[in-house]
Design a protein around this ligand. Structure first.
Ligand code: ZN
Length: 156
């Protein structure tokens, strides 16, 4: 497939996810909550997570928020990809995503849907938009007390 066509396809996936997200809303119950903000674009995201009984596996991720197509599509794709992953695997995925945004990595076959965000690496001003949900997820997983007060983290 020619590079231009591939880029069009990626843009289509991003726009479709933006218009028809599959993971909007709140998890039930809310085991983790974290709000994230990307001041450079104005994207805001509220992530909620349902964890397994032992607390070491992600059963469900939902998001709410306002922002550009890249920020919200990234959140929706992330939520799909995290279902059933351990919290350790999820933190590895955060690192891999951030490496991908530097053009240094991509996801293996079973997570290849996340690679549609790869093209964003070519647009430095948009990288923070794509990273926002992952950055917020990391904070949600690393907060020891579970449900946090509504203090937003910033990815600046
Ligand atoms: Zn944005």
């Amino acid at each position: 497939m020619a590079l231009d066509n591939l880029r069009d396809l990626y843009q289509q996936v991003i726009l479709e996810r933006y218009k028809k997200p599959r993971n909007r809303g709140k998890s039930n119950p809310v085991d983790r909550y974290q709000k994230g903000h990307n001041p450079s674009c104005g994207d805001t995201i509220e992530l909620t997570l349902k964890l397994s009984e032992a607390g070491d596996r992600i059963d469900e991720v939902k998001f709410e928020g306002e922002g550009c197509a890249i920020a919200l599509a990234s959140a929706d794709l992330m939520a799909d990809a995290l279902r059933g992953k351990t919290t350790v695997e999820a933190l590895e995925m955060v690192q891999r995503f951030q490496s991908m945004m530097r053009g240094e990595a991509e996801f293996p076959q079973d997570l290849r849907k996340l690679n549609v965000m790869q093209g964003v690496a070519q647009f430095p001003v948009r990288i923070k938009c794509a990273n926002l949900s992952w950055h917020t997820l990391k904070a949600a997983l690393e907060s020891p007390q579970g449900v946090q007060p509504a203090a937003a983290i910033s990815n600046e």
